[in-house]
Design a protein around this ligand. Structure first.
Ligand code: F6R
Length: 353
């Protein structure tokens, strides 16, 4: 049942600390800084890596590819439905990773079959033991999120983020001490967000807005896309996610005082500073700004509201910032009286191409 929650979606959002601990259990050794993924013991190839996925899982794949490239491994992610149309070069040295919660998504299955036919080594990153993707691929890495009943993917996305971080460690050379230490703290950081989030109040303030925009760069770019997807699929409000730097190349035309902009600004580097200047451009057009930040005072100065996340590294920040946006989407949809667990026009697994 829903354990006292109004919807499975909210229950599953709250299950994330447990889901993430399950995903990590027995797979990391803090002392040696190593990641062991038994399911991938027989994996041979390492790069280049091509991710194929759809929807929310595609956003997780974008995150995974960024992580791998940061660790020196060539990696790209593709929308599974475009993978064959685009005739992406793939050969036996390529590792193709299908990210699919259900393991049944037709577009992803087709891409994986093509990769197998081309002789690539394949991995399914999935929540579902014995699923079509797990059977099609040479290897299956389970994200161990537990069953997800709500149609909108929530805890499975967070578990994909963590599982793909583990995969990135497994595929790259060099120490994973820093990453492992960061991962260890993520479940508690997610709990902190769940306990302290102001998303309900912000949802109440903006639920009637014309449109919602989400901006982020680097690790927060996929989170911006995911925040917009979650909001549109359950609230039916117009929402778009942009790479922060792209706003000035056109989308700024849509920014008015009726369009709240959610700016993901975490960490303390050049990237975050650039996003702050993008926030200034938005603020100059009188748009309400909600900063999702780990206490950066420069962005808070331009923001009408703040959704706080704990200080962390870029991996933890991408998980916790997304949790804030899940809560936002949930509470906007709740206010609008939507059918949250079964939104219109979306199925839990999409088995047509
Ligand atoms: C979003 C959502 C869809 C799925 C997509 C892929 O909340 O549910 O966008 O993420 O259909 O599904 P899987 O991961 O099962 O391949």
């Amino acid at each position: 049942g829903k354990s006292g929650y109004d919807h499975y979606m909210l229950k599953e959002i709250h299950e994330q600390p447990t889901a993430l601990r399950q995903c990590l259990r027995g797979r990391v050794d803090e002392l040696t800084g190593t990641v062991t993924l038994e399911e991938l013991d027989a994996l041979e190839s390492s790069s280049p890596v091509q991710f194929v996925a759809c929807g929310t899982s595609y956003h997780a794949a974008l995150f995974g590819a960024t992580l791998l490239r940061d660790r020196g491994v060539p990696a790209q992610s593709f929308l599974a439905s475009e993978y064959s149309t685009d005739r992406i070069p793939v050969d036996p040295s390529t590792l193709v990773v299908g990210v699919t919660q259900s393991g049944e998504t037709a577009d992803t299955m087709r891409a994986l079959r093509e990769a197998n036919r081309a002789g690539a080594e394949t991995v399914a990153v999935t929540n579902t033991v014995g699923s079509s993707a797990a059977r099609e691929c040479d290897h299956a890495l389970y994200i161990r999120a537990g069953p997800e009943i709500g149609v909108a993917a929530t805890k499975t996305f967070a578990s994909q983020q963590v599982a793909l971080t583990l995969l990135a460690c497994r595929l790259s050379n060099g120490s994973c001490h820093g990453v492992i230490r960061a991962l260890r703290d993520v479940p508690d950081q997610v709990q902190t967000v769940l306990d302290t989030s102001q998303a309900t109040e912000i949802a109440a303030e903006y639920a009637e807005s014309d449109a919602f925009f989400f901006i982020g760069r680097g690790y927060q770019y996929p989170v911006a896309l995911e925040g917009a997807l979650k909001l549109k699929e359950i609230s039916y409000r117009h929402a778009e996610g942009f790479a922060a730097g792209e706003l000035k190349h056109g989308p700024l035309a849509l920014v008015t005082e009726e369009t709240p902009v959610f700016a993901l600004v975490t960490g303390d580097d050049e990237q975050a500073r650039k996003t702050v200047s993008n926030v200034k451009e938005v603020e100059a057009r009188d748009a309400p700004v909600v900063a999702v930040t780990d206490g950066r005072t420069d962005v808070e100065r331009y923001a009408d509201h703040v959704l706080e996340v704990p200080a962390s590294n870029e991996i933890g920040a991408a998980v916790t910032a997304n949790v804030q946006l899940q809560l936002l989407a949930y509470w906007v949809a709740h206010r609008l009286g939507r059918s949250i667990d079964k939104p219109r026009h979306l199925a839990k697994s999409v088995t047509v191409e």
